[in-house]
Design a protein around this ligand. Structure first.
Ligand SMILES: Cc1ncc(C[n+]2csc(CCOP(=O)(O)OP(=O)(O)O)c2C)c(N)n1
Ligand SMILES: [Mg+2]
Length: 729
């Protein structure tokens, strides 16, 4: 540090109050003051319009420095939020790193100019890229802790392997590592806070939750967010927790609280929650003015609690440093902050050409030929012997999960009801559940409850934890019980799962697989068990979307989804799960299909019909009838994957037929077909002899009464009618 410590203290091993050395007391003050100095410098830059956003940690420094000094960067794991400047300085992020982010420099190590300032990330320090979304990070912290525990219990699973995502996902773990997740008191109102402490408590995970309670969420005071105004009182009954409610303006008290919390976690006793009462000395951000909603007296009282002023008096009072030595130290830190800003303002800006880098994995392209591993290998039937058994889509998805779990010990499967039985003793007499559609049947029995388990009934919990697992190098293959209930997880999917790689400039990634049964034609499935909505997910950059139409494709595409290095939404049409006409022989444990390769399921020269999912069979019926009754020769393309999709196959077919229909089960307006149709009109206009036609469901939800369902969803007759009409042009 090279800091001057007053001679009275520096001379010996004399300990200051609370058992801390003078050196430690000065280090605490240095970090607190440096944090404030960087904030104040940024505020100046913002006022000079040299940076574009500022949010400060002023008033939170004591709590955060206590946390930083109790934990081990690069060993423990950190999920901070935007106010954690002092925490990150304490962990080893430099003022220059921070200023690079403020100016949006190409060399900003957190995001390469993609994120706002204070959205921390550092791979070497184990600070995981944070978003602006409040509370999402807590579930990542839980998944991260689960992954650390998994690797400690199964160290062989950390081994590198070639041929799949593991080649690019390095694993580090320590048996006594701790995960820190911080949050403001207002954000504890989010469901994800409760979903995170639920799992941490239940599984005794080594997560320290730190609530930085400054009494306000922008303009909303704590009592509006938290019944009774105190989060500690509300959470007090969660089992296995160590709780501490502390004066967040006293860094020594905070340090001790975090040391005790860490000891509880490292001993495997469970999680901890440190609730620090601190002050927000500035407005929420530079876009806010707290004089609009706080009285002057309240702001003045807070100002008197300034933890830096208090610590300064204490250092002088205890004879650790003189006022003059402190002045010198402060001038030096202010100079360091200013110098970091000057240097950062000179740094090169990101190139526009770099914008699309890291949306998807650059290491492993799931469209590449390597994923066209082998032809199906029927398990029986040699030399005209007995034909191999044909298996349904449900069977072949289950078989793929089983094969991949045998091959890759980093795979865990969880979701609602996916285990055979959480109470294992029941399996002595019961056959097990294994999913409401039985797609995961027998997996817990074969691979154990450490790899296949039930989650709480909370979809954000399922996906948020998957992000945490995956960023540690594991492969969570999770189930959302019905696509209709994916919406509570939407925030995690859109703002976290799909975005982590891009926002961290390729440093972090969460290549998890989400399986979701989708679609209607169930006769009685009604509104909440028949929804489609795939276009909402294909609209998310960073997320692969797969939608097989038959057993063999489901098997081969799921294998690619699991082995690839991107997050994948794997949509399984539940009407197709057990259709006998879609059955296929088991293709062997290495059968894979690359993404982005459509299949010509019927060749023809008259009209191109682009479709996928449950409409493939219905399109085939319509095409056969069109041929029989109208002599129209329809070519059907099954897209199989929706992002990426096979534009070349579409273009080749349309150039041949000059007429095209895009058909899907989802609602017509703003549906998946709108994009395909628009692109055809745009790029293949000269090849068209007729307008591009779309087919989809009515713009409503699916009704319970089959008569209504039949009318709402597209039928073979709907498709036939469109074919005949289009041929008239
Ligand atoms: C999910 C979500 N909703 C709303 C916001 C907008 N927002 C940003 S910070 C904030 C208040 C957070 O207050 P608190 O949790 O107390 O943290 P503090 O800023 O006081 O440290 C809000 C509403 C957001 N970022 N994320
Ligand atoms: Mg707050």
């Amino acid at each position: 540090m090279g800091l001057a410590i007053s001679s009275a203290r520096a001379s010996g091993a004399h300990a200051a109050a609370d058992g801390l050395t003078a050196q430690m007391m000065v280090e605490i003050y240095r970090l607190m003051f440096l944090s404030r100095a960087v904030d104040d410098r940024e505020i100046l830059l913002k006022r000079q319009q040299k940076i574009f956003f500022q949010v400060s940690g002023a008033g939170h420094e004591a709590l955060q420095v206590g946390a930083a000094l109790a934990l081990r960067p690069g060993y423990d794991w950190f999920f901070p939020y935007y106010r954690d400047r002092a925490l990150c300085l304490g962990l080893g992020v430099t003022p220059y790193d921070m200023m690079l982010q403020a100016v949006g420099a190409a060399t900003d190590p957190a995001s390469g100019g993609r994120q706002m300032p204070t959205h921390w990330s550092s791979r070497p320090l184990h600070i995981v890229s944070s978003s602006s979304s409040t509370a999402t990070q807590l579930l990542h912290a839980v998944g991260c802790a689960e992954a650390g525990r998994y690797f400690s219990r199964n160290p062989e699973s950390a081994a590198k392997a070639e041929g799949d995502y593991r080649a690019f996902r390095d694993v580090e773990f320590h048996g006594d590592e701790v995960v820190l997740a911080t949050i403001g008191e207002g954000s504890t109102s989010q469901g994800e806070f409760w979903e995170a402490i639920n799992t941490a408590s239940n599984q005794k995970l080594p997560v320290i939750f730190c609530v930085e309670d400054n009494g306000y969420a922008i303009s909303v005071p704590v009592e509006v967010n938290t019944p009774g105004g105190n989060i500690s009182r509300l959470v007090a009954n969660f089992p296995n927790f160590h709780f501490a409610e502390v004066d967040g303006n006293d860094p020594v008290v905070c340090l001790r609280a975090f040391q005790e919390a860490a000891a509880h976690c490292r001993a495997g006793l469970g999680p901890a929650l440190v609730h620090g009462h601190c002050v927000r000395l500035y407005s929420h951000s530079l876009s806010d003015d707290d004089r609009n909603y706080r009285c002057a007296a309240e702001r003045e009282t807070d100002a008197l609690c300034d933890p830096i002023a208090r610590m300064r008096s204490r250092l002088i009072g205890e004879g650790v440093l003189t006022a003059q030595e402190l002045d010198e130290l402060e001038r030096k830190l202010e100079h360091d902050a200013a110098e970091a800003a000057e240097r950062a303002l000179e740094a090169p800006l990101p190139e526009v050409e770099s914008i699309t880098a890291h949306v998807y994995s650059e290491d492993l392209d799931p469209t590449r030929a390597a994923f066209a591993t082998e032809q199906p290998q029927p398990s029986a039937s040699v030399n005209g012997q007995k034909a191999p058994a044909l298996r349904t889509m449900a069977d072949l998805i289950n078989a793929c999960l089983r094969d991949e779990m045998r091959r890759d010990p980093r795979i865990v499967v969880y979701g609602e009801d996916v285990a055979d039985a959480s109470r294992e003793e029941a399996l002595a007499e019961a056959k097990g559940k294994g999913g409401v559609f039985k797609l995961t049947a027998g997996l817990q029995t074969e691979f154990g409850s450490g790899r296949v388990f039930n989650s709480p009934l909370a979809e954000a919990n399922i996906v948020g934890r998957a992000v945490g697992y995956a960023l540690r190098g594991m492969k969570p293959v999770v189930e959302i019980q019905f696509f209709d209930y994916i919406w509570p997880a939407m925030h995690q999917i859109h703002n976290e799962l799909a975005l982590l790689r891009w926002r961290s400039n390729g440093v972090w990634a969460s290549p998890a697989v989400i399986r979701a049964p989708i679609g209607g034609y169930l006769t009685g499935g009604s509104i909440y068990h028949s929804q489609s909505g795939e276009s909402i997910f294909t609209h998310i950059p960073g997320l692969r979307v797969v939608f097989p139409s038959n057993s063999l494709d489901a098997n081969g595409l799921l294998r690619t989804a699991i082995r690839c290095d991107d997050p994948v939404l794997f949509l399984e049409h539940k009407r197709l799960y057990r259709e006998t006409y879609l059955r296929a022989a088991y293709p062997g444990p290495d059968f894979a299909i690359p993404f982005g390769k459509a299949k010509v399921v019927r060749a023809g020269a008259g009209i191109t019909l682009v479709t996928y999912g449950a409409l493939v069979t219905r399109a085939l019926q319509a095409a056969q009838q069109a041929e029989r009754e109208h002599s129209i020769d329809v070519e059907i393309l099954d897209l199989r994957t929706l992002n990426p999709y096979d534009w070349e196959a579409i273009a080749t077919s349309v150039r041949k037929t000059n007429r095209v229909i895009v058909a899907h089960e989802d609602m017509l307006s703003w549906g998946y077909g709108a994009e395909i149709a628009a692109r055809i009109a745009d790029e293949l206009f000269d090849d068209l002899d007729a307008p591009v036609r779309r087919i989809g469901a009515m713009d409503t939800f699916v009704a319970y009464q089959p008569k209504l369902e039949d009318a709402i969803l597209p039928q073979p007759e709907t498709i036939l009618k469109a074919i005949v009409e289009l041929k008239r042009y």
